[in-house]
Write a protein that binds this ligand. Structure first.
Ligand code: ZN
Length: 129
């Protein structure tokens, strides 16, 4: 039985957004910005040869093009993020990452000092041989 490990890597980007579906009087109806923190959580077997689940650098490689689409943008203009709640931003990242890395277990978005959202991978867990 392989030893499983959970690894987390943190990324940052800055962006503007507004929430189009909230009530007119809701403050998030107005365009405003956040310094977002993204935490990518992956769970997988420790490869006995390399001693790791996978290289953190590999995560950076797949995250960089995604972050380039988000950083200093109005998130509402990004395809798939017309309603850019933290939940939807996390789902957008999760869906884009999953194709590249089957071990991605969850994406957490921190938008303010007191609020964060975690979306877990709803797909079938990978079979570990
Ligand atoms: Zn906001």
């Amino acid at each position: 039985v392989p030893i499983m490990a959970e690894i987390v890597k943190e990324f940052h980007f800055e962006a503007a957004h507004f929430l189009p579906r909230v009530h007119e009087t809701h403050k998030c109806k107005n365009l405003h910005g956040h310094s977002y923190t993204v935490k990518i959580r992956a769970v997988g077997p420790v490869n006995p040869e390399t001693g790791w689940v996978f290289d953190f650098g590999q995560l950076k490689e797949v995250m960089n093009p995604l972050l380039a689409k988000l950083d200093h943008q109005v998130l509402n203009n990004v395809a798939g993020l017309e309603n850019p709640t933290c939940e939807n931003v996390a789902i957008w990242i999760l869906e884009n990452l999953h194709a590249h890395n089957p071990y991605i277990a969850a994406v957490t978005i921190v938008a303010t000092h007191s609020a964060e959202v975690t979306v877990r991978n709803w797909r079938e867990p990978q079979n570990v041989s």
